[in-house]
Design a protein around this ligand. Structure first.
Ligand code: NZQ
Ligand code: ZN
Length: 388
């Protein structure tokens, strides 16, 4: 196990009836920038509930609405401008990962003199940020409890993750009932996203991080158990609650500290989103089995770990490692594409051409150094081809 320093300063208020904790925003000042997406929080009535608590607590609210799924740099610029113009004290993001990610970079850009895109390209340039708070409405990214944010500039076909401890939320409200209205598509995509975060941490070359491996397996089993329940019974509290907490734990450092690897499926997916604006979790579900098949073909020493995943997570009993690894990959594909009813190839999500594969692969290869099996540009093209 590697050495590590672990700090999660975010206070989590988990469960029903936790929204009242928004009164804690008073600790950070009086002016709040409320950041949210395209309207789901208005349709569900959450917007009115949040506004009432904020105004009852004498907080003045400014709004950045319409944050896009795969949030754009233009929204960040708009939010930063509002913060500077009105001397805003803090950011409250209400929504899924997109609203929270946008809110985080707005909070940093509010304290930065240059263009916010600089902070997306280089998280080390974040030297100060307004306090960030969040109310999570979609279990997926873990943004509610992590240091990361992913922002796109679609005019350049670029989507990059940035990060800084300074943008970790001060406090996040995690009320599973707020996710009852999430669509089947986004429920499945969210489940795939948190599973992918877990895979990225689980498939490590670091030896002896045994506890982290067991924790990963538990998170995966939780997703496999409750993803389908949430899909079929959207207001099943137990399912929504377990998925919500799994999403936070998958990426808050608990699974990765001491077992660091370079992520590689995420960089490949971010290129798909950057060029085709697809749903992050769908891209991950399509790429994951293709990546696993590629891994065991390229480096047969990795068969053992994938077989172990199959045995410990899926209960596969084949004694032969090769057979167990292949069965594990089949189970993973079946889970995403049949049980969770997700699109199974790139064409189904509207990627009907291969002309950008090379450019996307060059960029994604830069992000996969040090991963479980480091991928070259050609490796990535062949994974895109097999997912096509
Ligand atoms: O925009 P609104 O109207 O709110 O609708 C959203 C959006 O259309 C809707 N939604 C959210 N909560 C809902 C709901 N609809 C009904 N009821 C609710 N309770 O769902 C749609 C998708 O929302 P979005 O926030 O885009 O989804 P998600 O949470 O999956 O976030 C995806 C973004 O996060 C990035 C992704 O790349 C992508 O840009 N990621 C962020 C990470 C991080 N911060 O650590 C890590 C991830 O790997 C990921 O890259
Ligand atoms: Zn992700």
């Amino acid at each position: 196990m590697n050495n590590f320093t672990y700090s999660v300063p975010t206070i989590i208020h988990f469960g029903t009836d936790q929204l009242g904790h928004l009164s804690e925003l008073k600790n950070s000042g009086t002016k709040v920038l409320l950041v949210y997406g395209g309207g789901s929080i208005k349709r569900s009535g959450l917007y009115d509930r949040v506004m009432k608590i904020l105004t009852d607590n004498e907080l003045t609210v400014y709004e950045l609405s319409g944050v896009e799924p795969n949030p754009r740099i233009e929204s960040v610029r708009k939010g930063a401008e509002l913060c500077k113009t009105y001397d805003i004290d803090m950011v409250l993001a209400v929504g899924g990962g997109s609203a929270i990610d946008c809110g985080k970079v707005v909070a940093a850009a509010a304290c930065y003199d240059g263009d916010p895109w600089d902070l997306v390209l280089d998280g080390d340039k974040i030297s100060k940020a307004l306090p960030v708070y969040s109310v999570l409405t979609l279990s997926a990214t873990g943004s509610e409890m992590d240091a990361f944010a992913v922002i796109s500039d679609l005019s350049k076909n670029e989507k990059w993750g940035t990060g800084s401890d300074l943008v970790k939320p001060v406090m996040s409200v995690l009320d599973p009932t707020l996710t009852y209205t999430v669509s089947p598509k986004q429920t499945a995509a969210g489940t795939a996203d948190m599973m992918s975060h877990t895979f990225e941490n689980y498939f490590t070359n670091v030896h002896g991080a045994v506890l982290q491996g067991y924790l990963c397996e538990s998170v995966l089993k939780t997703c496999i158990k409750y993803g389908p329940v949430a899909l079929n019974e959207p207001d099943n509290y137990e399912a929504r609650a377990n998925l919500m907490w799994a999403g936070s734990l998958a990426i808050n450092g608990l699974l990765s500290n001491g077992a660091e690897v370079g992520w590689c499926v995420h960089p490949m997916e971010h290129e798909l989103s950057a060029f085709y604006d697809i749903t992050h979790g769908e891209g991950l579900a399509i790429l994951t089995p293709a990546w696993m098949r590629f891994v065991i073909k390229k480096d047969s020493s990795k068969i053992l770990k994938i077989a172990e995943y199959g045995r410990n997570v899926w209960g596969i009993t084949f004694a032969d490692d090769h057979a167990a690894a292949n069965a594990a990959i089949d189970k993973t594909a079946e889970f995403f594409f049949e049980t969770m009813k997700m699109p199974s190839n790139l064409r189904t999500v509207g990627i009907t051409e291969k002309i950008h594969f090379e450019e996307m692969a060059v960029k994604a290869a830069g992000g996969s150094a040090g991963s479980f099996v480091p991928l070259t540009k050609d490796d990535i093209i062949s994974i895109y081809e097999s997912a096509f």
